[in-house]
Design a protein around this ligand. Structure first.
Ligand code: IDP
Ligand code: MG
Length: 147
């Protein structure tokens, strides 16, 4: 069964260029509910850990540098089938390949500086929400992650 929560991030390129408001408006219009949100500045160890799965990829160093280059916005989003729904809404990794109407097509600069993040599985969505939001804060917001 697919869960109703996913983890999203507005990446430093989009925050820096003032696109956060438009991206949040867009996702809310598409029916995603913001259940938790925080402006964050990732440390190098945090960015390295968040993207640990890509450590051996050639773009890892560039990705980490980009993710620590400025503030980002971390969000827990709710919708039915949230992980797949949000991946569809953001579009392909490379904005040049992203479908018309997707967030990356509209707001991303390049394959690396691509405006938004979306979890790729329910398991990673829970891991990523927990990475950014303390359990106590989630509980106060009425968000309860499965154990
Ligand atoms: P995803 O964000 O669409 O899931 P992944 O393949 O998981 O894409 O890559 C994670 C992030 O790494 C991408 O969103 C992008 O910021 C960056 N990235 C991926 N491929 C490249 C590349 O070829 N050059 C530079 N950065 C890349
Ligand atoms: Mg990915």
């Amino acid at each position: 069964m697919s869960g109703n929560l996913t983890f999203a991030m507005i990446k430093p390129d989009a925050v820096e260029s003032g696109k956060s408001g438009a991206i949040i408006a867009h996702l809310q219009e598409q029916g995603f509910l913001v259940r938790a949100m925080r402006l964050v500045r990732l440390t190098r160890p945090e960015a390295e850990a968040f993207y640990e799965v890509h450590r051996e990829r050639p773009f890892y160093g560039e990705l980490v540098e980009f993710m620590i280059s400025g503030p980002a916005i971390a969000m827990a989003l709710q919708s039915s089938d949230a992980v797949a729904g949000w991946r569809t809404a953001i579009g392909a990794t490379d904005p040049a390949e992203a479908a018309e109407g997707t967030i990356r097509r509209e707001f991303a600069e390049s394959k690396g500086r691509n405006a938004v993040h979306g979890s790729d599985s329910d398991e990673n969505a829970l891991r990523e929400v927990a990475f950014f939001f303390p359990e106590r804060e989630l509980a106060l917001l009425g968000v309860h992650l499965p154990a």
